[in-house]
Ligand binder design. Structure first.
Ligand code: ZN
Length: 131
């Protein structure tokens, strides 16, 4: 397993991590197989979505905030229940096919680290399995 860290810049942040994941695939010489990208945090997640128009992730933030407001009369003592719920909505891992040593994402797709209780320094764990 390989790891890298990423610094998030605000309370909610969507950071493209294709480049770092691709570099780890190259380092490990994985040519054909699958890679799992895992987020070891309870208030951050991962998703795959559009890489071209930054308004897409801005709109995702808007929709998530509407669905799960920060203030909601929650019980959790840390006061960050919204971040926990959003992390669960995104999920904590993504799996992508690797072929020819490259991540097989669609033209308009990127892997996004999803921060919901930043800014912080976060970890991403990556494990490739050869076919
Ligand atoms: Zn908490």
């Amino acid at each position: 397993m390989k790891k890298f860290s990423t610094k998030t810049r605000s309370k909610t942040d969507f950071i493209k991590i294709d480049r770092q994941v691709s570099e780890l695939i190259e380092e490990s010489n994985l040519m054909e197989g699958v890679v799992t990208v895992f987020i070891p945090h309870t208030t951050a997640g991962i998703t795959i979505n559009e890489n071209a128009d930054p308004d897409v992730t801005a709109d995702m933030e808007l929709v998530l905030d509407r669905a799960v407001p920060w203030e909601g009369g929650y019980s959790h003592f840390e006061g960050n229940t919204a971040a926990h719920v959003k992390a669960t909505m995104m999920g904590s891992s993504a799996q992508v096919i690797v072929s020819g040593g490259k991540l097989q994402l669609g033209t308009w797709q990127s892997l996004y680290f999803c921060e919901f209780d930043g800014p912080r320094t976060r970890e991403v764990w990556v494990k490739g399995i050869s076919e």
